[in-house]
Design a protein around this ligand. Structure first.
Ligand code: PLP
Length: 379
C-alpha cells in the first residue's frame, strides 16, 4: 500500500522533499507579498500530504489547502497546526469536527452555510468560513443566483460571532492559458463578488484566486494569497518550467532478465514479436500499480544507463522491456525508472495518454510503496 512503510519494495515512488522546498521558494518569489497556501489535497497529489505539507510550511507556505474535512483532520492528527482550508464537502460532512480542529471551511451553497452554522452551534465556538464563489468555472462554488441569498444569511452570523469570514475565493477555468480572455472575465466577476459582499456588510480578511498557473504567469491575479498545487510538485502547468524540479520518481526493481528468440511473441496477445534474438527485462509493475495499459508498446524506462522500450502489453502486475544484446549487463534487482527527474518526464506519459501530468503522478497506487528523501527542514 502506498505509504505503508514497507522496505524492499518492488515498486516505489520516491518523493524528494528538497524539490518541494525548492519549488515552494520559486512560487513564493512569484507570489511577491502574497501568502502561499500549499495545496495538498488528494494526499498531496499522491506525494504524501503530511510530509509535503510539513516541507512546504518549513519553506514558507502560510497554510495548507485540501478538499475534504477528512483530509484536513488527517493533517491535524499528524500534528500540523498551520491554517488549513478545505473546500469541497457535502452538506452532511463532519463540520463539527472541522470546527473543533480549527479547520477553515469553504462554503459553496446556502445548504453548506446552514450545515456549518449548525456545526458551530454544536461545537459552541465560531466556525471559520471562506466563501467559494463561482466566477465561471461552473463547478464547485456559490452560483451567482444564490450568492445574494448566501450573503444575506451570512451577515447576521458573522455579526453574532457564530461564523468568522476568513476569505472570499474562486477558481479559474483557463489558468493554463495565460492569454485567455476568460481570465479577465473571472477576475472582474471576482472583484464584483468581493464588492457585493461589502454591500452586505461583509469584509473578508483576504481574497484569493490563483492556482499554480496563475501564480507563475499572471501577477495581476495574485491578490492576498495564492493556492499552488501542481507547481509545488515540480510540474509546470504551462510551457515554461520556471526552474521547477519534479519531486516524484516512480521506479521498480527488475524481477527477471532472460533471452527471447527471434520470432517469439511477448506478453498477452503477442502484440510484439522479437525481430531478432534479444534480451528482455521483466519489470514487476502493471496497471494495478498505476502503469496505464494504453502505454503498451509505447513508453520507455531508464534502465542500465539508457532508455529501454516497453515491448508487448502492460499487464496487471508486470511489463517487459527490450535490452537488445544487453551490453550494459542489466541484471535482476537493477532499478528501472518509469518517470522522474532521472528518467522520462511525467509529461511523456501524459502526451502518450492524451491526459495531463497531474493524472500521471496521481496514478501510482496499489502495491507501490512511497518513500521520502531530502534534507530540507520539515516542520
Ligand atoms: C480550489 C483549488 N485551488 C487550487 C488548486 C491547485 O491547482 P493547481 O494544482 O493547478 O495549482 C486546485 C486544484 O485543482 C483547486 O481545486
Amino acid at each position: 500500500m502506498a505509504g505503508s512503510g514497507l522496505v524492499n519494495a518492488q515498486v516505489e515512488t520516491v518523493v524528494d522533499l528538497d524539490a518541494i522546498a525548492h519549488n515552494m521558494r520559486i512560487l513564493r518569489a512569484h507570489a511577491g507579498d502574497a501568502a502561499v497556501m500549499a495545496v495538498v489535497k488528494a494526499d498531496g497529489y499522491n506525494h504524501g500530504a503530511v510530509e509535503v505539507g510539513r516541507a512546504a510550511l518549513a519553506a514558507g507556505a502560510a497554510g495548507l489547502g485540501v478538499t475534504t474535512v477528512g483530509e484536513g483532520l488527517a493533517l491535524r492528527r499528524a500534528g500540523i497546526t498551520a491554517p488549513i482550508l478545505c473546500w469541497l464537502n457535502n452538506s452532511d460532512a463532519d463540520f463539527a469536527a472541522a470546527v473543533a480542529a480549527d479547520i477553515e471551511i469553504g462554503v459553496s451553497s446556502l445548504s453548506h452555510l446552514r450545515a456549518v452554522e449548525r456545526a458551530a452551534r454544536t461545537a459552541g465556538g465560531p466556525a471559520t468560513v471562506s466563501l467559494k464563489v463561482d466566477t465561471g468555472l461552473n463547478r464547485n462554488g456559490i452560483a451567482p443566483t444564490e450568492y445574494p441569498v448566501v450573503l444575506a444569511a451570512l451577515e447576521p452570523l458573522v455579526r453574532a460571532g457564530t461564523l468568522r469570514l476568513r476569505a472570499i475565493f474562486s477558481h479559474l477555468a483557463h489558468a493554463d492559458e495565460p492569454e485567455h480572455p476568460f481570465l479577465d472575465v473571472q477576475r472582474d466577476r471576482f472583484l464584483t463578488a468581493i464588492a457585493t459582499a461589502k454591500t452586505h456588510g461583509l469584509e473578508p480578511e483576504l481574497v484569493h484566486l490563483a492556482n499554480s498557473a496563475a501564480t507563475l504567469t499572471r501577477p495581476d491575479l495574485v491578490f492576498d494569497m495564492v493556492r499552488p498545487g501542481i507547481a509545488m510538485y515540480g510540474l509546470s502547468p504551462v510551457a515554461d518550467d520556471f526552474g521547477l524540479r519534479p519531486a516524484m520518481t516512480l521506479q521498480a526493481q527488475v524481477a527477471l532478465v532472460k533471452r527471447v528468440a527471434a520470432g517469439e511473441g511477448v506478453s498477452y496477445g503477442h502484440q510484439w514479436t522479437a525481430p531478432r534474438d534479444t534480451t528482455v527485462a521483466l519489470i514487476p509493475a502493471g496497471y494495478a500499480d498505476g502503469v496505464f495499459r494504453p502505454l503498451s508498446n509505447r513508453f520507455e524506462v531508464w534502465l542500465g544507463g539508457a532508455r529501454r522500450r516497453n515491448i508487448g502489453r502492460v499487464c496487471m502486475d508486470q511489463f517487459v522491456v527490450d535490452l537488445g544484446d544487453n551490453a550494459a549487463g542489466v541484471t535482476e534487482g537493477d532499478t528501472a525508472v518509469l518517470f522522474g527527474p532521472e528518467g522520462p518526464h511525467p509529461q511523456e506519459w501524459a502526451d502518450l495518454l492524451d491526459t495531463i501530468h497531474y493524472e500521471v503522478v496521481c496514478a501510482p497506487k496499489g502495491r507501490v510503496v512511497r518513500r521520502h528523501t531530502g534534507t530540507a527542514p520539515r516542520l
